[in-house]
Design a protein around this ligand. Sequence first.
Ligand code: GLU
Length: 489
Amino acid sequence: MTEAVRVRFAPSPTGHLHIGGARTAIYNWAFARHHGGAFVLRIDDTDRERSTEENTQAILRALRWLGLDWDEGPEVGGAHGPYFQTQRSAIYREALEVLKSNGRAYPCFCTPAELEAMREAARERGGFSGYDRTCRAIAPEDAAARMAANEPHVWRVKVPDTRGDIAVNDAIRGPVTWPRDAMDDFILVRTDTTPTYMFATVVDDWRMGITHIIRGDDHLSNTPRQIVVYEALGAPVPAFGHMSLIFGADGKRLSKRHGATSVEAYRDEGILPEALLNYLAILGWSIDDKTTIFDRDTLVREFDLSRVSRNPAVWDPEKLEWMNGVYIREMPGDVFAERIGDRLVQAGMMTAEEAAERREWLRELAPLVADRVKRMTEIVPVVSFLFAESVDIEEPARLKVLEKEGAGRALDAARETLSSIDPFTAEAVEEALRAVPEQLEVKPKVVFQAVRVAISGTTVSPPLFESIALLGKDAVLARIDAARPLAAD
Ligand code: GLU
């Protein structure tokens, strides 16, 4: 029987959920779901100064917003808790007891000054700069006496003197090896009895039964030391998969310099969770050579570590935006209409009651907007002209359109024909306006652009005839009247 897959995402709440972290979470989640295993969320909050409750909440919120659910972890509990490292001290103490009794850890009493002198001497010799194992030679009775006398000490792992390599067959990078003799007896437990990252992570992953550790390759170099800890504990070594980090187009590791880096910043900039999930999924993984747009179920069905790329992933905001536009256009009309309503209510352009009353109107508006926006935040600016009492005509629109010869006559003719339409539907508006250029013997564009600028103030509004119909006859005529004095004859 194969062992049930158990994976984890272990963010440190020292900041909000970064898109790199989100991608790690997505891959772990998809791997767990694909294999019918468990996705565990653990909060690595050992850095007490920089970890905050606010950040933890923001991380949970961002994961949920992306549609990721966890089987064990904060707020859902589980059999392997607690799921905050700061609440697991007893578990680390027990693990240290294992190493004390099997002789794989020893107390080290070297002071910071002694360690510094040791490093200095090593630098001069140009030799191995790690810990020189002074305290490994202390007899156990002597060590016990010094501890009983409260002499400050850390606990170090006893790295075996075995020659050869530590080898891992990384599920993403393939075989990786490290020479064993390059490793020093690193610290597991600090003088203040808190565990180091190296120790806490291994103890947690062991005790939580984690079978696969899928994480960024900034942790690849920690792997050999973690394997030494697993071996010392007599714990099974899990499988590892290290994915390449995300870089900006300039080849530098993604950072604030490249724009927004937190998931919630993308949410606030009008990116849809489905689009961000899809984009992060293909940022370093692929189904095949051609499929770029796929849903959550497809991701789960197809996800496989063997198709995670070893090459650095390059963050491409334009591609994300393009993908977001695809998701907006594919959203069912009534869902999008509701989202438009929400945004208009938020922007104070409608009350919630009005949004409910005008559901049909919003539904007609939806397809016109969907074709025009790539981000949800663009909705309000695109449709705001429909709500304003009057429009401000943009300077370039005035110069390029209204001041062109014939614009005034076009507005006059348009006004006349529009005023006689009843009912005021998009089809009737179109039919009426299409007759005007012929009648005036001008190009259609002259008429359509003049009317567009008059009603929206810009040269780029949603489709003209539909916009006119949605605006309603009275408002359209009033706007034409307001624009008319600005137009050349
Ligand atoms: N808390 C660690 C981090 O955020 C997780 C380390 C790991 O995945 O092993 O980098």
